[in-house]
Each structure stands twice: as structure tokens, then as C-alpha cells.
Design a protein around this ligand. Structure first.
Ligand code: NAP
Length: 488
């Protein structure tokens, strides 16, 4: 019997959209369209270009398992290298011909058993499957600080870096204390005449040296593809094991891993030479309650006098700079808002309208939820990559998205074989999954008493509270009992 050829619409040509396109092509399916609002691939790695940007997951693991990269220059690569890697994968695997650049999806509606995708330029097209590959951290959160508009100098969010603004020898303020602010401090503080970090909540920093790969080793891997593949596999597994067995366990339950991470962070903080400053930089919450920062040299910037900590709360921004609540005016030339993202927005503002007019905006009006990190009840043939509850913490998002793509392709294969026309997870299965997670949350470090983007409006983490291996086991194959299948 001939197999059906599905049309698949994917929203986004970042890491997860490209992964789906690559795996579909490898499986002999060509009928996939990636809608990309920008003019290049890359998602978050295209958008973020701030000084010091680098990934804090080892690059040999922060890559597709099917495309090991011989060119990484460091254990933890700079963002520009990751962006270049994604661009090269898209080119080498001939994925770009599937991408509609500068094409923004406005809404998708389930009409007569197919998804009708409407773009902002007014075109419409029908597909058998709809996939959200829109990423997690892509809506910058501009801190609502009074007077920001009155500032006479340059100000911008870390994800919207204005590279026309000179920084060398100038007075720069960075607001925030997350991974972004930390990386900017390390890179930028030595270049500025004055660098002030406005950190209202200090965070724990796990020490992470970042050695270079020797040029000869890169050449060797680039010259011998079989060796590159073999070494790629070994190092991928190595880093996966380290991250999953240590950090992955530390965040979900008490044990030696959590103690190890705690001790490492406390010892690291002792590198701050000035005891008074050390206490000001000591977080009140537990290590890893907020997303763990992996970095070295952050404390060195304060020891060397390159960076100054301002931990008095901000009162307002004035024409000249930032006034803190103690009345002091910090005059600066540039203000960088490293104030994070609206992390629970996911695919929105794209509207998805299921059968009977069910709207995603309504279903997710309080908190985004879903079925086993990949789908949504009420929305047939709609799949999510890196959606709500995915194990996104400090793990490799490449690995997680591959797990989800492999799962989704099993559904597509079943559709091709004519087993169903529309598949939707049931409400009961989704509720049971949510209840399973709620039972696990009290053991996680994320609920130990801190504010972070991990927590939703209900105070519960939006993260996977089990091991990455549990995630892979859960998605090894579809559990048909939890789905409603229909044939037209
Ligand atoms: P973030 O972790 O959400 O941190 C935002 C910071 O802004 C916090 O320190 C917050 O302080 C501060 N803030 C927010 N509003 C403020 C206000 N009105 N006044 C003063 N301070 C304010 O954001 P991020 O550092 O951009 O990181 C977001 C995520 O991006 C990370 O958790 C990570 O997942 C990802 N990331 C990854 C890498 C990597 O290497 N893989 C690098 C960078 C970022 P409070 O804590 O007091 O609210």
C-alpha cells in the first residue's frame, strides 16, 4: 500500500525547527515548510549577540547528535559559533529550501481536518500537521523602571543589543544578575571606564573554566569525518552523563549531587576577596533554586576593580543615569537591561484555533500546560517542541528537542500508514500528567523559596521535575491509550 505524504507546517527555524526538518528529510519526507519571521535561521542564537555571550552547556553536547561539529573552539562555545553551526547545518543538509524567511505566522486554524496557516502578509495554506518550534526565551522582558524613557544616553535589552553604541572607555550600567548579566559583566567590565552591575538579588555561580580546544585537534576532526563522528558520539555521551547524573539529579531531589553543587558554589564565592562584598554577593536562596549560572571570572571582575556592585534598589532612571533608593545618582552613558524574558509566552502571540473554535490564548490564559511536553488536548495533530514542562533547565536543548522530534515522527509515520487522520491527547491523560508532576515538585530545588522565571503564576515550576532519561523513556513511543484517534 502506498504511504501518504504529509504536509507539515513548522513555526520557527531555530534549533528545534531545523532538527525536525533534518530528521524529516532523513526519513524521506520533503513536504515540510518552516515559517521564519526573521531573515536567517538560529532563533535565540541569532537574536542574542551581547558581549560575552556563550553557551554554558558543553558544546560537544550542545549540538545535534547527527551533526557533530569539529570546529568548536572551546569547551563552552561563544554564541556566534553556535549561530554559525546552525547556519552550516541548515546549509549542509539543504534545509534552507524548506524555510520561508521573513514570513510570520499570525494564526493557524483547524478547518475540515487540516491546519490552515495564515501569515501576516495575508497568505493561507493547508497542512496535515502543525508544529510549534518557536522557542522559549524570545520575548524580552523590559523592566518596568520609572523614568527609563527620560534617559539621555543609550539603553537597550540584552537580547536587542545596539552594536552602534560605543562601549569602550564609557560608563555602563547593567541591570540584572542572571546568566546574561553575569556573562556581560565578565566580557564588558574590563573595557569600560566604569561598569556598575545593578543586581537586586545576587545569584549563585558554579565555577566553570572554559578551556580552548587545540587547533591541531580541530584540524584533525575536520579532516577525518569518521573520527569526528566517533569522537562526537563519545564526547556527547560523556557530557550528557555528567550533566544528567550530577546537575540533572541535583535539581530534582535531595542527595549527594545537590550537596556537591552547593559546596562548589559556596567555595567559589570565597574567591571574592573583600569579606563585606562577599556577603553582599551571597544569595539568600539555595544554589540552583534559580537557573544555575555557570561561569568563571565573574568574581574576578569585582576583585580586580573592573566592576562595581550596586545592590541598593533602583528608584528611577533620570536623564543622567540611575537613581537608587538611598538618593545616590549613578551617572552613566549606557544602560543595559539584562532583565530576562517573558518565558511563559511560548508560541504566543500566534493564535491557534482548534475544532469548535477552541483558542490557544484561552486555554493558556492562566498558565501554559500540555500533554507530556509535546502536545495539547483539544488541538489535533498539533505538536510542541521545547514547550511547557520540557526539561529545559541546565540541560542541552538539542538533546531534548531531538527526543521530542523522534516522538513526533512516530506519529507522522502512523499517519502515513493510514492509522488515523487526527490524533489528540485526552484531557484525562493530560490531567494525570499534570498531577504526576505536581507530586514531584516538592522535592525539586525550584520550590525551595526563590523567585525565578521557572515558576508560573500558580507558583509551580513550569519544568520537567524528573530525569532527562525519564523524559526519553516517556517519549520512546506513543501511548495510544492516552490519545483519541479519528479517521475522516
Ligand atoms: P533572568 O535569569 O530571568 O534574570 C533577570 C534578572 O533581571 C534578574 O536578576 C532579575 O532580578 C533582574 N530584574 C528583572 N526586573 C528587574 C527590575 N525591575 N529591577 C532590577 N532588576 C530586575 O534573565 P537572563 O539572565 O537573561 O537569563 C534568562 C535565561 O536565559 C537563563 O536562565 C538561561 O536559561 C538563558 N541563558 C542561557 C545562557 C547560556 O549560556 N546557556 C546565557 C544567558 C541566558 P530578580 O532576580 O531580583 O528578579
Amino acid at each position: 500500500m502506498s504511504r501518504r505524504d504529509p504536509r507539515i507546517a513548522v513555526i520557527g527555524a531555530g534549533m528545534s525547527g531545523l532538527c525536525l526538518a533534518a530528521k524529516m528529510r532523513a526519513a524521506g519526507m520533503e513536504n515540510v515548510v518552516l515559517f521564519e519571521k526573521a531573515d536567517r535561521v538560529g532563533g535565540t542564537w541569532r537574536e542574542n549577540t551581547y558581549p560575552g555571550l556563550n553557551c554554558d552547556v558543553p558544546s560537544r553536547y550542545y549540538s545535534y547528535s547527527f551533526a557533530p561539529n569539529p570546529h568548536w573552539t572551546r569547551l563552552y562555545s561563544p554564541g556566534a559559533e553556535i549561530q554559525e553551526y546552525l547556519r552550516r547545518v541548515a546549509r549542509d543538509l539543504d534545509l534552507e529550501r524548506h524555510i520561508r524567511f521573513r514570513t510570520e505566522v499570525q494564526e493557524a486554524e483547524w478547518i475540515d481536518g487540516r491546519w490552515r496557516v495564515r501569515t501576516t502578509d495575508g497568505t493561507e495554506e493547508d497542512f496535515d500537521f502543525l508544529v510549534s518550534a518557536a522557542g522559549v526565551l524570545h520575548h524580552p522582558r523590559i523592566a518596568d523602571i520609572p523614568g527609563l524613557d527620560s534617559f539621555a544616553g543609550a539603553s537597550f535589552h540584552s537580547a536587542q543589543w545596539d552594536h552602534s553604541v560605543p562601549l569602550d572607555g564609557r560608563r555602563v550600567a547593567v541591570i540584572g544578575s542572571g546568566s546574561t548579566a553575569t556573562q556581560i559583566t565578565i566580557a564588558l567590565a574590563p573595557r569600560c571606564a566604569e561598569f556598575k552591575l545593578f543586581a537586586r538579588t545576587p545569584q549563585w555561580v558554579y565555577p566553570t573554566p572554559n578551556p580552548r580546544y587545540q587547533q591541531w585537534s580541530r584540524l584533525l576532526l575536520a579532516s577525518f569525518p569518521a573520527l569526528n563522528r566517533r569522537w562526537g558520539r563519545i564526547s556527547y555521551r560523556f557530557w550528557q552523563t555528567v550533566l544528567e547524573q550530577v546537575f540533572g539529579m541535583a535539581v530534582i531531589r535531595p542527595g549527594w549531587q545537590r550537596r556537591l553543587v552547593t559546596v562548589a558554589c559556596h567555595l567559589h564565592l570565597r574567591r571574592v576577596k573583600d569579606p563585606a562584598l562577599r556577603e553582599r554577593l551571597r544569595p539568600k536562596d539555595k544554589p540552583a533554586c534559580k537557573r544555575m549560572i555557570f561561569a568563571s571570572k565573574f568574581y574576578k571582575r569585582f576583585n580586580d576593580g573592573d566592576a562595581t556592585l550596586v545592590d541598593t534598589p533602583i528608584d528611577r532612571v533620570t536623564e543622567q543615569g540611575i537613581r537608587t533608593t538611598d538618593g545616590q545618582l549613578h551617572e552613566v552613558d549606557v544602560i543595559v537591561l539584562a532583565t530576562g524574558f517573558h518565558a511563559h509566552t511560548y508560541l504566543r502571540p500566534v493564535e491557534v484555533i482548534g475544532p469548535d473554535g477552541l483558542r490557544l490564548s484561552k486555554v493558556w490564559s492562566s498558565e501554559p500546560r500540555g500533554y507530556r511536553t509535546v502536545a495539547l488536548p483539544g488541538f489535533p495533530n498539533f505538536f510542541l517542541l521545547l514547550g511547557p514542562h520540557s526539561p529545559i533547565g541546565n540541560q542541552s536543548l538539542f538533546m531534548i528537542t531531538e527526543t521530542q522530534v523522534d516522538y513526533l515522527l512516530q506519529w507522522v509515520e502512523r499517519w502515513r500508514a493510514g492509522e488515523y487522520d487526527a490524533a489528540t491527547p485526552t484531557e484525562d491523560a493530560t490531567d494525570a500528567f499534570q498531577a504526576e508532576m505536581r507530586r514531584a515538585y516538592p522535592d525539586t530545588i525550584w520550590t525551595s523559596g526563590c523567585q525565578s522565571w521557572y515558576l508560573g503564576a500558580d507558583g509551580l515550576p513550569a519544568l520537567w521535575p524528573f530525569t532527562p532519561q525519564d523524559h526519553r523513556d516517556m517519549l520512546a513511543e506513543p501511548n495510544l491509550a492516552e490519545w483519541e484517534l479519528t479517521k475522516v
